[in-house]
Design a protein around this ligand. Structure first.
Ligand code: 6LW
Length: 487
């Protein structure tokens, strides 16, 4: 396997398990979203490098039912996005409720249909592929396969095991079937989504095999290398209009000392693919965009941008614009950041160096600005009851690390994420500085904390950091929120 050269994802922040398809000159891509609502972000691109989120496939309660006790990193795993017969088809697994489900759309920006459930399709990472006579094949991790009616969710026969992957490799998953030339190619991930992750492929004469493995498997892995992008795996393939082939896959940018900590979750990367003797060869990695424009949300009354997410649930009863014109209003539901039911609105941290700020009014409650990985791993600058304080929740530790009196009136809260300078094996990936900003822009630091404790290597799970505002008690109003890449 040729190591890849680039280091930047094409879709940064936690956007793992990418599935891509093309219609004409337009590419569309969908990713896992786990316990976050709305779910399954959908992106558009014309060049596979620059992507814009155009919506979320599951954006209403009739599509996405996440029980209040949905575990962090539960919820929605690994979608497959395809275009067939003039429709976009998306299949995904809600591991915390409805299992496998299919939604369709004429416009991938939405609206997507209500789901068709597949109660008899057992397994995660479902794939959809249609053969020449219109039979729909649903292939799941393992690797097992069903013939289904995608319009009704009915299985048309028992599951069949069609490949076990590379002998001795762990967890054959993330299957994607592609008809390319005379062969059906079955792409899978193996080795688990950590440092041993890899992509393998097999081919056969029919969608249900028999399959012969590529002699060069794994066709992509970074395990055993010191490449700055690790955990590469969970891939999909797409052909460009000019006949070239491309692979999207997940990877992580672990930083700091040993073992290296990744804080942005698993991100989406791009690599070119060439074909030798009917087998794919993954080429040098294409660098994604290194910069991004700062963003500001003034929460006027036109609704929320598609990148805003909330853990498990969001309704106008607890998170709304327009209740106070020009402000976001967050009503606490009796839950704090330590609980699964917190009222929280955030966006994925997408840059290794960045700044987030929010002007909040806590006259009627308590809340603030938080960097969240899950209920047991988050740092927050919280205001209310006449003071501002920094809370650092790491596992069972939950100290208030700094407090200061807060004069009445709205206050600008700020979080700066700063990559750690090169150091020894015990260096963390970054530091997180939390404080307040006066109207003239003067920053008053309240605390600077080690970012390694908000990393996947510490917290586990499948997501990455999300930065947002929350209400712990009463009502918190947010006038604006800015996110600035500082890379
Ligand atoms: C995904 C599976 C996996 O369904 O992790 O490690 C799951 N591999 O392919 C969540 O991303």
């Amino acid at each position: 396997m040729r190591p890849m050269v680039g280091t930047h994802p094409v879709i940064s922040g936690f956007h793992p398990d990418p599935s891509v398809c093309r219609v004409g000159e337009d590419y569309y891509l969908a990713c896992s979203s786990f316990e976050y609502y709305p779910g399954v972000p959908v992106f558009h691109s014309r060049d596979l490098v620059h992507w814009t989120q155009i919506g979320n496939a599951l954006d209403r309660p009739t599509q996405l039912r996440l029980p209040p006790d949905t575990a962090s990193s539960g919820g929605l795993y690994a979608p497959t996005l395809r275009h067939h017969d003039g429709l976009f088809w998306l299949i995904v697994t809600n591991v915390s409720g409805d299992g496998n489900l299919i939604v369709t759309a004429t416009d991938p920006a939405g609206p997507w249909s209500d789901p068709v459930f597949l109660p008899d399709v057992h397994g995660i990472d479902p794939d959809l592929a249609w053969d020449e006579d219109g039979t729909c094949w649903c292939t799941v991790a393992g690797v097992s396969q069903y013939r289904i009616d995608p319009k009704t969710g009915e299985t048309l026969g028992p599951a069949r095991k069609i490949w076990s992957g590379t002998p001795g490799a762990l967890a054959p998953e993330a299957p994607h079937l592609h008809r390319i030339g005379a062969y059906w190619y079955l792409l899978i991930a193996e080795g688990g989504t950590e440092r041993g992750h890899a992509v393998s492929i097999a081919r056969g004469p029919a969608p249900d095999g028999p399959f012969e493995p590529c002699p060069a498997n794994p066709v992509l892995t970074h395990r055993g290398t010191r490449h700055p992008v690790q955990n590469t795996g969970h891939a999909d393939l797409v052909e460009a209009p000019d006949g070239t082939w491309w692979m999207v896959h997940l990877g992580v940018r672990a930083r700091g000392g040993t073992p290296g900590w990744h804080v942005l979750g698993r991100e989406t990367f791009l690599a070119p693919v060439t074909w030798e003797d009917g087998w794919p060869v993954v080429g040098e990695h294409i660098d994604g965009p290194h910069t991004a424009e700062p963003s500001r949300d003034d929460f006027d009354d036109t609704g929320l941008a598609p990148y805003w997410v909330s853990p498990r649930h969001r309704s106008p009863a607890d998170c709304t614009t327009g209740e106070r014109p020009g402000w976001l209003t967050l009503h606490a539901r009796g839950a704090s950041l330590d609980d699964t039911g917190v009222t929280f609105l955030g966006r994925r941290q997408q840059h290794l160096a960045c700044r987030a700020r929010a002007l909040v009014d806590v006259a009627q409650g308590t809340g603030g600005l938080a960097v969240r990985l899950d209920e047991r791993h988050h740092y927050a600058i919280e205001a209310g009851d006449g003071e501002v304080r920094v809370r650092a929740r790491v596992g069972t530790l939950d100290p208030v690390v700094a407090t200061r009196a807060l004069p009445p009136g709205p206050v600008t809260l700020r979080v700066d994420v700063t990559p750690a300078p090169p150091g020894g094996p015990r260096t963390g990936p970054d530091t997180i500085t939390l404080g307040t900003e006066s109207p003239d822009g003067t920053f008053t630091e309240l605390a600077t904390l080690d970012g390694r404790y908000l990393s996947t290597e510490v917290a586990g799970g499948f997501t990455g950091r999300v930065i947002g505002t929350y209400a712990a008690h009463g009502t918190v109003h947010v006038d604006w929120f800015t996110y600035e890449p500082l890379e």
